[in-house]
Write a protein that binds this ligand. Structure first.
Ligand code: PSU
Ligand code: MN
Length: 301
């Protein structure tokens, strides 16, 4: 059903047939998460890291209403520069497909498409979560709902402190999602290695993580797995330093009355501007690090 709306890149299709590990990548980070041309450079560099490790990348996005599993270089460039690219989470697929629109898939959107294509692993930078003040605003990312129900492992660098990190972890616990911190005792906060929240489950090798994923799948337990990889120490922005910037961005978001799906892109873009691009550099480095670790997990699955 879903498959009739999908085009699978021949390289990806061949890998899936032959059992070569395939790793999904999202396109919201390209269209709405980073500025041009860094978005294209990063997307292609991440694909290179995955290939170098023996796996095959599949960047997922929607072009003219077709769900693409494995964007070509030209299509990545198109996603990065086209106007009116929708941000596509679960609820946006019907509109994007019916209107033959272009769409960048979020973590939730990418998980759905990856799962349909038979891809088990997905590497990204950060996921959405429970926003600060969600008790009043009800702003909880659809990414968390997707992790509850869709069998894809998401490898990220933790959760940005634009969100309520402790509440996000509680939500994931309630949802029955295994949350693994790779090689650290504290769950990471994207730009920083520390978040103030302890790691519930620490694993130190890609093999152990692959074993956990296999065990979950073999038991028939539905839902995703979240793997959080702390940003490499020399690349991090200390928590106290980035928190000041985030407070400022949150204040502006509130003042300007930004709502719904526009909130996260607004905050990401303000944080980048307020750090004069330093956050962008950290963002790029952590995605590359996640791709390296994700590939190693893939090779052990
Ligand atoms: N967090 C980041 N970078 C991102 C996103 C989140 O640090 O690029 C993007 C991802 O695509 C994620 C989406 O799935 O934002 C979440 O949006 P929302 O909060 O509206 O659910
Ligand atoms: Mn939201």
């Amino acid at each position: 059903m879903f498959k009739q709306f999908m085009d699978i890149n021949p390289e990806v299709e061949k890998a899936l047939e032959e059992g070569t590990p395939v790793i999904a990548l999202e396109s919201t980070i390209i269209a709405h998460g980073m500025p041009y041309p860094k978005n294209v450079e990063t997307a292609l560099a991440v694909e290179d890291v995955i290939r170098k490790n023996g796996a095959v990348p599949a960047t997922i996005g929607i072009i003219g209403g077709r769900i693409k599993i494995g964007l070509t270089k030209e299509e990545v460039e198109y996603m990065a520069t086209a106007k009116n690219v929708l941000k596509v989470s679960r609820r946006d697929f019907p509109l994007a497909v019916a209107q033959k629109a272009d769409g960048a898939t979020t973590v939730a959107g990418t998980m759905i498409a990856a799962n349909m294509a038979g891809i088990r692993l997905f590497v990204t930078g950060g996921i959405g979560g429970v926003h600060r003040g969600a008790g009043e605003s009800f702003d909880i990312s659809a990414d968390l709902e997707e992790l509850k129900m869709t069998d894809v492992t998401v490898i990220c660098a933790g959760v940005k402190s634009i969100l309520d990190i402790a509440a996000t972890l509680e939500y994931l616990e309630t949802s029955g999602v295994p949350v693994i911190t790779y090689g650290a005792d504290e769950f990471p906060a994207f730009f920083s290695r520390k978040s103030g929240s302890p790691a519930d489950c620490r694993l130190d090798t890609p093999k152990e993580i692959a074993d956990l994923i296999n065990a979950k799948d073999q038991m028939g337990l539905k839902g995703g797995v979240l793997v959080a990889c702390p940003i490499p120490e020399e690349k991090e922005i200390p928590y106290e330093e980035i928190d000041v910037v985030i407070q400022q961005a949150l204040k502006e978001c509130e003042e300007q009355g930004i709502r719904g799906k526009k909130i996260t892109p607004f905050l990401l873009s303000r944080v980048k501007d307020l750090t004069k691009g330093r956050s962008l550099e950290a963002n790029i480095q952590l995605v590359l690090n996640n791709a390296e670790i994700g590939s190693k997990i893939a090779m052990n699955l």
